[in-house]
Design a protein around this ligand. Structure first.
Ligand code: SF4
Length: 415
C-alpha cells in the first residue's frame, strides 16, 4: 500500500494548560521534599493516593517517572544498570528503567524542569499489587536502599465480579495502613478531608471518562496517542481541583471539535482499538504511522484504566477498595472480553491492535487466545504487535510498520 504524505499531528490547545499544572505538580513535589513540614509518599498508579493526599502527603508516582524515561527514550540505556544488580531484562521495564535511573543519578525531570534534579526522596512507600507483583518488588528495593517504610495492599486477582468479600478484604487492608501513615505524617486522618478528596477523584474520573468518550464521535476528535499524554493529570493529580479544572477545559475543546466536525486524523477511514501498554518511545512514530493510513487509534483499555466510577464521598474507604478492585488489569479474561466487546460496539471499531509488551505480561492480553476468541465472536479482525513499553530493544520498527500496513489493507478490503 502506498503511504500518503505524513499528516501533521493536530495540536490540542489545552496542552499548554496541562503542561502548566504538571509543572506546578513537579515543583510542588520538589518543594515538599525540601520542606521540614511536609512529607512525601510514593504511590503506585492505582494505589491509595486519596488516603495519602488526605493525610497531607505530597504524592510521587514512580510509574509516571518511568513512563517519562520511556517517552524521552532514556529507558533503554538505563535498564542494564538494574540488570547488573539482579533485576532481569524480562521483568517490568518501568521498574528496571526507574531503578537504573536512580543508580545512574539521572532523571528526565532535570531536563524538563530546571532546578529539579530527581524525584523527591520519600518518607514512605505505598503500593497496591492490583496491577502486578513488580510494583511491590520495585518499592521494596527503594525501601531498603533509602531506609524508609514500605506498606501496601496485596490485592486479589483474576476475578470476574467485584464481590463483597473482596471489597471487605481490601477495605480492611486500606484501614490497616492508616496507623503507619498517621505516624509518618504526624497527623490523624481527617475523614471529612478524605471524603472531599474522594469526591474530587470521582469528579476527575467522570470528566476523564467524558473526554475519552468524545472519541465515539465520527470523526473522533482525539486519538489514543493524545490520550496517553493527556491522562497525566488523571494519574498524578486525581483528588485535586487542578485535575478537575483541566479536564473541564479539555472536554470543552473536544466537544467543540465534534461540533465543527474536526477529527484527530484527517479523512478518518478506519477506527482502531488499542489493547495494552503504549510504546512510550514510539508515540509520535505510531501516531504518524496510523494517521498516514487514515486510521485513528481512538480508544484503548490503557487510558480508560483511570476511570473509577465507584468512588463515593459518602463511603470513602470502602468505595476506594471497590474502585481499586474494579481495575481492568486485575480482572479475569471473562470480564475483560465482555468489557472489550462493549467498547468495540460503543466506539464503532473496525480492528484491534494488541501490543504484546515483552516485560509486562499483566498488560498483554494476546497470550492466552483472547484475540482469536474475540475475533470469532465479533468478526472484528486483530493484529498483535510485539514490542515493549520502555525497552526499545524489543521493538522492531520495520516489522511494526509492515504488519500495520498489511492490517489496514485488510480492513480496506473488508469495507
Ligand atoms: S503493570 Fe506492567 S508496566 Fe505496570 S508496573 Fe506492572 S509490570 Fe510494570
Amino acid at each position: 500500500m502506498a503511504q500518503e504524505k505524513q499528516p501533521q499531528r493536530k495540536k490540542i490547545e489545552a496542552t499548554g494548560q496541562m503542561m502548566k499544572i504538571m509543572s506546578d505538580y513537579f515543583y510542588d513535589l520538589n518543594d515538599a521534599e525540601k520542606s521540614e513540614d511536609r512529607k512525601v509518599a510514593w504511590c503506585t498508579s492505582v494505589g491509595p493516593a486519596e488516603l495519602l493526599r488526605a493525610m497531607g502527603f505530597a504524592v510521587h508516582f514512580p510509574e509516571n517517572h518511568a513512563a517519562m524515561l520511556g517517552a524521552t527514550r532514556m529507558a533503554t540505556e538505563l535498564i542494564p544498570e538494574a540488570n547488573t544488580i539482579g533485576y532481569s531484562p524480562d521483568i517490568c521495564s518501568y521498574l528496571t528503567a526507574d531503578i537504573g535511573a536512580y543508580l545512574k543519578g539521572v532523571s528526565p525531570l532535570a531536563k524538563a524542569y530546571p532546578g529539579i534534579e530527581a524525584p523527591p526522596h520519600p518518607d514512605i512507600l505505598v503500593y497496591n499489587t492490583n496491577q502486578c507483583r513488580d510494583v511491590q518488588d520495585w518499592f521494596s528495593w527503594y525501601a531498603k536502599e533509602l531506609d524508609v517504610p514500605c506498606i501496601g495492599i496485596t490485592s486479589p486477582k483474576n476475578f470476574t465480579d467485584v464481590s463483597d468479600i473482596l471489597i471487605d478484604d481490601v477495605t480492611q487492608q486500606i484501614e490497616a495502613l492508616i496507623p503507619t501513615l498517621e505516624k509518618v505524617a504526624g497527623q490523624k486522618l481527617d475523614m471529612q478531608r478524605l471524603s472531599e478528596i474522594v469526591a474530587l477523584s470521582r469528579e476527575c474520573t467522570e470528566l476523564w471518562r467524558q473526554v475519552l468518550e468524545t472519541a465515539a464521535a465520527a470523526p473522533a476528535p482525539l486519538s489514543f496517542f493524545d490520550g496517553t499524554i493527556h491522562m497525566g493529570p488523571a494519574v498524578v493529580l486525581r483528588g485535586t481541583p487542578q485535575a478537575v479544572d483541566y479536564y473541564q477545559q479539555l472536554l470543552s475543546e473536544l466537544q467543540q471539535r465534534i461540533t465543527d466536525g474536526v477529527g484527530a486524523v484527517d479523512g478518518e477511514q478506519h477506527r482502531i482499538y488499542w489493547e495494552g501498554m503504549p510504546v512510550w518511545g514510539r508515540l509520535r512514530q505510531h501516531s504518524e504511522l496510523f494517521s498516514g493510513l487514515h486510521a485513528n487509534v481512538l480508544v484503548s483499555t490503557y487510558c480508560s484504566s483511570w476511570i473509577f466510577p465507584d468512588f463515593d464521598a459518602n463511603d470513602p474507604i470502602r468505595s476506594m477498595a471497590k474502585a481499586y478492585l474494579g481495575l481492568f488489569i486485575v480482572r479475569s479474561d471473562t470480564y475483560k472480553e465482555k468489557y472489550i466487546k462493549e467498547m468495540l460496539e460503543k466506539f464503532h471499531i473496525d480492528g484491534i491492535i494488541y501490543h504484546d509488551a515483552k516485560t509486562c505480561p499483566c498488560n498483554s492480553n494476546s497470550r492466552y487466545g483472547m484475540p482469536q476468541r474475540l475475533e470469532q465472536e465479533t468478526g472484528i479482525p486483530s493484529l498483535v504487535i510485539s514490542g515493549d513499553l520502555n525497552d526499545l530493544r524489543c521493538v522492531s520498527d520495520e516489522q511494526t510498520r509492515t504488519n500495520v500496513e498489511a492490517f489496514i489493507e485488510q480492513l480496506e478490503e473488508r469495507r
